[in-house]
Ligand binder design. Structure first.
Ligand code: 2HA
Ligand code: ZN
Length: 268
């Protein structure tokens, strides 16, 4: 049996372990039906000369767009049509490491198996390209289908800029503290489309979390655990809103003054 790229690479393995842990959370939360959702992480910092010499185990596939800042980059990506709950248990069977080709418009798979990456690869890699260009040091992108947050995007009133941000911030102070930029909104586009990727990139200039109308959420962060945490915090706030609603009343929400006080106290 061929050895895994993770063998004798504890720092790379630790990042893949975090991906597997988060994949398990997504399944447990009911956010990852069938093959729903995607995770990609930039693993370039863990790449050594031996990895750089590893031959392609797939043809060169087009990304669908050209991303100049990804030259020489490597990513671990969930496989297309693979289940999150399977990624949780067997990450290297349900995801793969890819190398961006020198043309920055295509990629090859290098390890462990020729598992073709996520259908949302163009939007994920566009997010990574932008994170590199912004210099924010972020290495992880997650896309998932949280029931409560998606339900909220079915209400047109919530799709106006920062309406949802302010509503969710006002449900519990932690949301203001741990999701300080709030969330952006991308109007409905076909899954996997270039429009969806471009809309996401535009919103990420301002936010770390972006809602895809009637589809799901995308979040970015320094690592996959932190990207997940932001979605988790927002989902908690959405749960509080809908629990109050199902008790028959509209929750009052903390006041603008109380939120401003928090902003000052936490230096947000
Ligand atoms: O990969 O969620 O939007 C499955 C999806 C695509
Ligand atoms: Zn999706």
């Amino acid at each position: 049996m061929l050895k895994s790229i993770l063998e004798n690479r504890p720092t790379l393995k630790a990042e893949i372990d975090k991906v597997a842990e988060v994949a398990g959370y997504l399944w447990q939360k009911g956010w990852a039906e069938r093959n729903g959702g995607n995770i990609t992480i930039n693993v370039t910092e863990f790449v050594d000369d031996e990895i750089r010499r590893m031959p392609a185990i797939s043809p060169a596939y087009p990304i669908g767009t050209t991303l100049p800042s990804l030259k020489g980059c490597y990513f671990f990506c969930k496989g297309t049509n693979r289940r999150m709950r399977d990624l949780a248990r067997w990450p290297m069977e349900n995801g793969s490491v890819i190398r961006i080709s020198d043309d920055c418009a295509s990629y090859v798979i290098i390890a462990d198996k020729a598992v073709k990456p996520t259908s949302e690869l163009a939007s994920h890699l566009s997010m990574h390209n932008q994170m590199i260009e912004s210099g924010n040091g972020y290495k992880a992108a997650i896309h998932t289908h949280p029931i409560d947050l998606i339900a909220m995007t079915h209400n047109r009133a919530f799709l106006q800029k920062d309406v949802l941000t302010n509503l969710l911030w006002s449900m519990i102070p932690e949301t203001r503290a741990f999701c300080p930029k709030g969330l952006g909104i991308v109007p409905y586009y076909m899954p996997s489309s270039v429009e969806l990727a471009e809309g996401t990139i535009e919103q990420l200039k301002e936010y770390d979390v972006v809602m895809w109308e009637k589809h799901g959420v995308c979040a970015v962060g320094p690592d996959i655990m932190e990207a997940f945490d932001q979605v988790d915090v927002l989902s908690k706030a959405a749960q509080i809103y809908l629990t109050a609603k199902s008790m028959g009343f509209t929750p009052e929400g903390t006041s603008q003054e109380q939120m401003d006080e928090l902003k000052r106290a936490f230096n947000l």
